[in-house]
Design a protein around this ligand. Structure first.
Ligand code: HEM
Length: 135
């Protein structure tokens, strides 16, 4: 019988994603995709040239978001994802581009298919909340 993983309970998602090492690799690949894909040019341009701090922030945020330690809070304080994006011009194309980078990064991680799908579906929620332009 094949086991079906239950994500979202405790740190199950974080562990399935490979813990800190796994999340770090995911974030690296995510920004590599963002720097490579034509469809992500606009959102890449919203970031500075040096992505070191941005990568650290997303890595730390995702660890806590997946049920691991609250590493973002420890270093940078509290965060509300939609508020943190309020100053940016984000329409549906930018949301889609962000999710496309994440989808491609997830595909490179050697994660089980159901984990990839779970994460993409769950990340679409905060991504949608980051939309600031609705016309
Ligand atoms: C929907 C499309 C999104 C776009 C276009 C976008 C873009 C950006 C940009 C341009 C920054 C500033 C980076 C910098 O100053 O170098 C940023 C920061 C950040 N983003 Fe996003 N983002 C999106 C969605 C998300 C989502 C869904 C999450 C989390 C699941 C997220 C997590 C973060 C975090 C943690 C920061 C750092 C915020 C801070 O400490 O001020 N972003 N994002």
């Amino acid at each position: 019988m094949t086991e079906t993983a239950v994500y979202g309970i405790g740190d199950a998602t974080f562990q399935a994603a490979g813990g800190e090492t796994g999340v770090k690799a995911l974030v690296e690949e995510f920004y590599l995709q963002m720097s490579t894909l034509d469809s992500a040019k606009t959102i890449r341009a919203m970031h500075g040239d040096d992505l070191t701090v941005t990568k650290d922030k997303l890595f730390r945020f995702l660890c806590g978001w997946m049920g691991g330690a609250k590493l973002y809070q420890e270093k940078y304080g509290t965060i509300a994802i939609p508020l943190a994006h309020n100053h940016l011009d984000i329409g549906t194309e930018e949301v889609d581009a962000w999710l496309e980078c994440m989808q491609k990064a997830l595909q490179k991680q050697n994660y089980p298919e159901d984990l990839q799908q779970y994460l993409l579906k769950r990340l679409a929620i905060p991504a949608g909340l980051c939309q600031t332009r609705h016309s």
